[in-house]
Design a protein. Sequence first.
Length: 174
Amino acid sequence: MLAPRKKLWSTPERAVTAALDFVAPFKEEDVVYDVGCGDGRVLIKFAMLEGTPAGTKFVGVEIDEDRASEARENVERSGLSDRIAIICENALMVDYGDATVVFLYLIPRGLRLIKPVLLGSEGGGGGGRKIKIVTYMSEFEGETFVSKVNVEPAHQKGAGWPVHLYELEAHGAV
């Protein structure tokens, strides 16, 4: 299935399932981003969801070229190259103007840095387009989540890590 290369942090399956429960079903016009996509497992699981329209687009952003290559290989192996694009770039330099759903597994500092890039200068205020944002483990400072569940990763018995859903206004170009 997924080709393992390096021993790096990856999103546990239970967190991916919880995130999917928050954002599915996808629509034809959805553009779904995974920032720091690693080996591509989140996007592959999302794209393989039964009933997802063929027009739904999935984009992985990965700064590390080795991990981006690994994600591309996994996407190719899964037969989803026509639906999932992997870009190797600094996530803070990406234009998310078409994003309708974003998955983030970042530390609090990373969330503070990416928030204005995703939402624009107005933050979570009114007047923009709605965007669903799912964070794993950390919360967006200054924002109120719509839903939250705790998941217990298979490799950490007894641990309960949060998955949050935010529905925020984005003020970037569309």
